[in-house]
Design a protein around this ligand. Structure first.
Ligand SMILES: Cc1cc2nc3c(=O)[nH]c(=O)nc-3n(C[C@H](O)[C@H](O)[C@H](O)COP(=O)(O)O)c2cc1C
Length: 478
């Protein structure tokens, strides 16, 4: 760390034995299916090369953050800590880091190949059709969409899925509340198209800054600098005037005309809650120029069923953890999310009656993530919140559902498959939110039945004596 480009990260991951190269797979559904099957088996980073119908060297990488170890590598924290400790290390590191603006450089590898006007062709890249019912080839699944406020010069970066709509036409699905769309609307209200740059292969450290919601006026480029611990290098585009990451793999530049003037049918796409939900007329990028490095690598991050790990560590939940601490909730052991942020778990050492409920209400009051965080669970501090089996054990044995579950009415997202068509049509994006106190009841916590697991000291002693025998027989390490 820091890796200045995607290749640097892949090189380091390969040295750790975390990368597998796959040749001759087909972009049309095969790469997507291999990615899914491998992720389900906790497989390595997959680097696809010699893709059917494409020249060798035009590559795609997937599953790049799908384990805690890969995550730690990208974030520059110790690799072999347990998942919750990786998250804690990251939380502490990010609390110390400061925003660092980008550094403008004259040149970068991104200009190794420049194709403008009629020469630009998105289909030059082996963008997959990822899922069986996808409505097109999604070239941007881990992209960074850059645009600049025409009034203040503030540069925003966000991740919005991008689908190829023609050799020089890309659709972008930018939700109405996104800062990228807020900026685009400013140009549209002046009767202008919005200049845009879509980065399709950033290093994972930079990419992680892109889907983070920062305050308006704060640039994700500065936040990338904070994550890297040094400025990211950009070149100033002579076409769009935008800062272009100098060491990115592929960058598409162009303009977004007012959506009323030009749009494209976008979707369906196998989305992150695990379903195909959204289809709509969405905005387009009229592509004017494509730049790419020699042997470019497209960063691929197709949504999978959220029971499959796509991110080894849910870094965005750090916001909930910090929010709880800032609100004065004491004794937090850790916070974690499962099922793609849909289930938030808080582990704490209870200090008074109602402590767990207070933590649950406080956490659920934060507008966190994409808004479909329907379940909040509090567990005692003997439960590791990152271990779903332990969390379920606590939920199944420490909860009286008649008294330890509360249901609130709250908001959700348009991608929530449980929203009825009528409510969706009426714009009523509301959904219940369940708070589950899975801690031992406070008043008789000391009389609660004891778990039948050996204590840590005995387990460690017995493991030390018998580890060689058990491991030789293939027993998984405790
Ligand atoms: C992998 C991934 C894909 C995403 N795809 C979209 C998308 O297609 N459309 C969208 O509006 N938001 C999408 N998001 C969420 C936005 O990137 C996120 O809300 C971000 O904060 C938006 O930035 P902005 O508010 O600065 O524009 C995605 C997030 C991730 C992690």
């Amino acid at each position: 760390m820091p890796f200045r480009d995607l290749r640097g990260f892949l090189h380091a991951a390969a040295e750790l034995g975390e990368v597998k190269t796959i040749e001759a797979a087909d972009w049309d559904l095969e790469i997507g299916c291999i990615t899914e099957l491998s992720a389900e088996k906790h497989g390595p980073i997959l680097l696809f090369d010699a893709i059917a119908g494409y020249p060798r060297g035009f590559r795609i990488v997937t599953n790049f953050l799908a384990s805690p170890r890969r995550f730690a590598l990208a974030m520059g924290v110790p690799l072999d800590l347990p998942p919750l400790e990786i998250l804690r290390a990251w939380k502490e590191k990010s609390a110390r880091s400061k925003l660092i603006p980008p550094r403008v450089v004259a040149n970068g590898e991104i200009t190794e190949n420049v194709e403008a006007g009629e020469a630009a062709d998105l289909e030059r890249f082996p963008a997959p059709r990822w899922h069986q019912r996808d409505g097109g080839r999604y070239i941007g699944t881990a992209d960074m969409v850059i645009n600049k406020d025409p009034d203040t010069g503030w540069v925003n970066v966000g991740t919005y899925r991008a689908c190829i709509q023609g050799p020089r036409r890309l659709s972008l699905w930018m939700n109405p509340d996104r800062d990228g769309r807020y900026i685009a609307r400013k140009y549209w209200s002046q009767g202008r198209a919005c200049p845009v740059a879509v980065v399709l292969g950033a290093d994972p450290t930079s990419w992680m800054a892109s889907p983070v919601k920062l305050s308006r006026g704060v640039s994700e480029l500065d936040y990338m600098g904070a994550l890297h611990g040094e400025p990211v290098e950009v070149i100033e585009s002579d076409l769009t005037g935008l800062p272009i990451p100098a060491h990115a793999e592929i960058v598409v530049e162009g303009e977004i005309p007012p959506v009323e003037e030009e749009s494209a049918l976008e979707g369906p796409f196998g989305e992150w809650p695990g379903y195909y939900t959204h289809i709509g007329q969405e905005c387009v990028v009229r592509v004017q120029r494509i730049m790419y490095r020699n042997d470019p690598i497209l960063l691929g991050n197709p949504p999978l069923l959220p029971i499959t790990q796509r991110y080894g560590v849910p870094i965005h939940v750090v916001r909930v953890w910090e929010h709880l601490e800032n609100a004065g909730i004491a004794n937090i052991r850790g916070v974690w999310t499962h099922i793609n942020n849909l289930l938030v778990v808080i582990s704490l050492k209870q200090a008074f009656a109602g402590h767990a409920t207070h933590a649950l209400i406080t956490a659920a009051g934060l507008h966190y993530g994409p808004g479909m965080d329907t379940y909040y669970v509090a567990v005692d501090d003997d439960i590791d919140p990152s271990n779903l089996d332990e969390v379920l054990w606590a939920m199944c044995t420490r909860v009286d559902p008649a008294t330890q579950v509360q249901i609130l009415s709250s908001y959700t997202t348009g991608l929530d498959p449980r929203l009825s068509p009528e409510r969706k049509k009426a714009g009523d994006l509301t959904m219940g939110r369940m708070l589950i106190d899975a801690c031992r009841p406070w008043t008789w916590r000391n009389d609660f039945a004891l778990p039948n697991r050996f204590d840590d000291e005995t387990r460690a002693r017995v493991w030390k004596k018998w580890a060689a025998t058990l491991q030789a027989e293939g027993t998984p390490v405790a």
